[in-house]
Design a protein around this ligand. Sequence first.
Ligand code: ADP
Length: 383
Amino acid sequence: MELWLPLGLAIVALALGTLWRREGRARRAIAQQARLDLKSLEVQLSSAADELAWVGPALAASNEILLAVDSELRLRFANPAAVGRFGEPNGLVGLFSYSTNLELEQLARDALETDSSDGLARTIRIEDRPFKARAVRAGREVGLALTDVAELQRLTRARQDFIANLSHELNTPLTSLRLLVDTLLSKAGNDRQLATELANKMLVEVDALHLMTQEMLDLAAIESGQQVVRLVTVPLLELAEETVERIRDQAERKGLMVEVTIEPGLHVLADREQAARALLNVLHNAVKFSPTGGRIELGGRQDSPEELVVLTVADTGPGIPPEELGRIFERFYRVRGSTPSPGTGLGLAIAHHILRAHAGRIWAENRPAPEKGAVFHLGFQAA
Ligand code: ADP
């Protein structure tokens, strides 16, 4: 009996020891696992923080207005483009108070109620500008993205106008060519003098068609950057006089007086041919818009050595509505309701591109009242 007691105690101690060691191993394994979990959580957190750090600049770079609202339509996020448009949000403000736009608030409200995962899209107006607006619900929050489509709509309209103009402008010379050919082929065409007259009229129409196609080809070439600008020193007076010669006949036919008053000492850095092309386009308009018996004046100036040398072309036409002065250099742009005249709305766009390629600029204004007429300024780098 005395022998059994220590033996029993030893067995119990052994069992306890084994249990303790097993327990320790289990605890160590759990601790090890916890350390691994913690590590992977840290990695996930830091990569999420990294991603967030990149989201900021991306949101700042976006031209789109990005907003997020909660289920109560309170503003939770506004990117810099949104702040630029609606201002800095003042605390937890409602979407309507922030944007003062009912259509936007309605869109967010509708998005909250829709089941569609694609969200909702509509065109809304903000301060009179059209925006393509998209709203997507995520849980009980709504994300809103707004894209300004005013420019897109304007370009689409300009393209449609251009096609309509072009068809009209092509139609007019083609119809008269058809009539002239018919007359030439009829008995009347046997009269030598009449035939010559008809042929000359056909020549005018063919020239107009040629100018139109040339303008389109030029603009395409300039815009695709295919034209190389070879700058040389060009005397301004020479450039003006040579180019005026090219419209002399046209001007005389309309009884227009063309005067060139340019100091011989003015020189510009220009690609002769391209500079003449820009000036020719301006002169063509001056002839086209001036009334019979009008006057076209070409002048030149350099106010100070650092400034551009400016060639001016002033006419006695109707002038340009002040609100259109900045837009007439856009391609295809023609002042609505201006005297009907052949043209595509490309001439000034070409001149604008050419001056830009010369590190110069072109702009227009009207003669000071009570005089009438447009004044175009072509600024070149001084040679
Ligand atoms: P277009 O082929 O129509 O002449 P332009 O690009 O040369 O195209 O000119 C664009 C528009 O600018 C013209 O349609 C006209 O409305 C206006 N414009 C240009 N020059 C003059 C001018 N000298 N006087 C009045 N309006 C002008």
